[in-house]
Design a protein around this ligand. Structure first.
Ligand code: ATP
Ligand code: MG
Length: 564
């Protein structure tokens, strides 16, 4: 896996484009398209395809279209059409005025179908779906010709017109290409071009009751739009033969289909069918649940478009399928957030600290650095007073070996403030620790002890009186298994759902500057990770924070270990 590669991308697809420009194959044009079916929200796999299609157009001075591949009225919806556009724009790409719908071509596609019938290369078939499956044969056995294969052109034209007119029941007839039932490629065994579907379409309404199949629609849409390089995922490798057959038979402009390996990411699923199941069955709060691999989920989680684009560049484009470790995505995200996210202090599991020798009622405003990676980010003031909160985890009554933070009789540094020493533990009647009684060293303000005394840890804190109560949501991988799709017969991918993928901490305390935090803004909570203000559940003055990613970077560790 390549890691630190910020050079312009190069891969086998860009090599093909470069070569085609050199030979003038398309008259010096480069024109790609991104063709989602509006039957779900876009996910990180689509981002790979978007970066590729729009990226190539940008790099080679070409154009990229957005085309909705909306040939299945039953599964498609305007909600998806809108979310897809929003997500592509958010990723940083633009189709200008080139927004198309395959459904805009329904008239032309119908005319092409009629043309195929007239050429004797398509026929109306009365086999039922089950019969058609029987006739199709298998990978090892050739198929059988349909009894309807030799209908005359006139009969086919008449029947196709009547299909269109709504005279026949759904499933009773199809229009099929007349190719070769013995072809070693099943996709060429007289594939269906049109089927009867009695459903309203989200754009064409009730105009049609016959709808063109994907394979027939896609190549002709590419051709109509003058696409040069039609980039798709590997599973369309065999379909390329049909793509070429349709365009060659109709003798129309012929783009080149090129297949690449789809993105698979560990600890998640990418199939829209499965994502839809998670949404419908309430395993997540929606398509934009911050645990979802959807673009809208990643956005809500706090991902930046830059991080997603960098990730897509790092994984590159290849011809063989592989599984990318989600740790790489998170690593790239940390690199980006480290540069841009202001640091703040938030205590997620508060433990009260009373500094006995600090004057009651006194408040100091201490200087805190906003981002050590970005000097221009400046500093801010953080109030300090006699009563603070620290993380419960930063205190141990009986510190185990290797625990260097606060313990009875022990001293630590409070970030940007003073050395603090724990004198006593206060417990309730059940023996639970409710408060620490501490003292501080006024000579250590904002730095080291003048006597050279050292502490082994620096911890974060907030002033109790000034703290803003906030809710923090900790997210983990949606699935515990590396590959949730990998289940034995009779089992379901949802069995791999991680029961601990969401932990809600309702009683957190943030430094007061966060009262102004706006939805979508990102922070590093010192020592805890990167967090983002949730755009759906936050109220003015009461932000809800989503943990985008923890600070610990398993990918960087792996890299280091590998380098040794
Ligand atoms: P499904 O989830 O049902 O397989 P799909 O993701 O293929 O559907 P489309 O809307 O057809 O849905 O995808 C639009 C484009 O995105 C296609 O060109 C497809 O090849 C590409 N694409 C989809 N998934 C991935 C992926 N995981 N990696 C890279 N490209 C993808
Ligand atoms: Mg698809």
């Amino acid at each position: 896996m390549t890691t630190t590669n910020d050079a312009p991308a190069s891969d086998f697809i860009r090599d093909i484009v470069t070569e085609d420009l050199k030979t003038g194959k398309y008259g010096g044009r480069v024109h790609t398209r991104f063709p989602p079916e509006p039957n779900g929200y876009l996910h990180i796999g689509h981002a790979k395809s978007i970066c590729l299609n729009f990226g190539i157009a940008q790099e080679f001075g070409g154009l990229a279209n957005l085309r909705f591949d909306d040939t299945n009225p039953v599964k498609e919806d305007v909600e998806y059409v809108e979310s897809i556009q929003e997500d592509i724009r958010w990723l940083g790409f633009d189709w200008d005025d080139r927004l198309y719908y395959a459904s805009d071509y329904f008239d032309r596609l119908h005319d092409y179908a009629v043309q195929l019938i007239k050429l004797g290369r398509a026929y109306v078939c009365d086999l039922s779906p089950e019969e058609m499956r029987e006739y199709r044969g298998t990978l090892t056995q050739p198929g059988k010709d349909s009894p309807w294969r030799e209908r005359s052109v006139d009969e086919n034209l008449d029947l196709f017109a009547r299909m269109r007119a709504g005279e026949f029941a759904e499933g009773s007839r199809t229009l099929r290409a007349k190719i070769d039932m013995a072809s070693p490629f099943i996709v060429l065994r007289d594939p269906v071009l049109y089927r009867i579907v009695n459903a309203a379409h989200h754009r064409t309404g009730d105009t049609w009751c016959i709808y063109p199949m994907y394979d027939f629609t896609h190549c002709l849409s590419d051709s109509i739009e003058g696409i040069t390089h039609s980039i798709c995922t590997l599973e369309f490798d065999n379909n390329r033969r049909l793509y070429d057959w349709v365009l060659d038979t109709l003798n129309v402009y012929h783009p080149q289909q090129i297949e690449f390996a789809r993105l698979n990411l560990s600890h998640t699923v990418m199939s829209k069918r499965k994502l839809l199941q998670l949404v419908r069955e309430g395993h997540v709060s929606g398509w934009d649940d911050p645990r979802m691999p959807t673009i809208s989920g990643l956005r809500r989680r706090g991902y930046t478009p830059e991080a997603i684009r960098n990730f897509c560049q790092r994984i590159g484009v290849a011809k063989t399928e592989s599984m990318v470790d989600i740790a790489l995505l998170e690593h790239v995200l940390r690199e980006d957030l480290n540069k841009r996210a202001p640091r703040v202090m938030v205590v997620t599991r508060p433990l009260k600290v009373v500094i006995e020798d600090y004057p009651a009622g006194q408040v100091e405003e201490l200087d805190a650095v906003n981002n050590p990676e970005d000097p221009a980010a400046g500093t801010r003031r953080v109030p300090f007073s006699r009563e603070l909160y620290i993380e419960r985890d930063d205190f141990a009554e009986e510190p185990p070996k290797g625990f260097f933070r606060l313990a009875p009789g022990r001293e630590v540094r409070l970030r940007y403030a003073y050395f603090l020493r724990c004198e006593r533990v206060v417990k309730d009647e059940r023996g639970e620790i409710v408060e620490l009684r501490c003292t501080y060293d006024p000579a250590t303000r904002g730095g080291d002890a003048p006597d050279g005394r050292k502490v082994k840890a620096t911890i974060h804190w907030v002033s109790a009186e000034h703290a803003l109560p906030v809710t923090v949501r900790l997210y983990d991988h949606l699935f515990s298994a590396e590959n949730p799709n990998d289940v034995p017969e009779g089992h379901d991918f949802k069995e791999h759902l991680n029961p601990h993928s969401l932990e809600v901490l309702e009683d957190c305390r943030a430094e007061p500057s966060l009262a102004q935090a706006t939805p979508g803004s990102r922070y590093q909570f010192e020592r805890l990770g990167y967090f983002c203000v949730d755009s759906a559940d936050s109220q003015p003055g009461a932000p809800v924070f989503n943990r985008t990613v923890a600070l610990r970077d398993p990918y960087a560790r792996m890299q280091k270990a590998g380098a040794k």
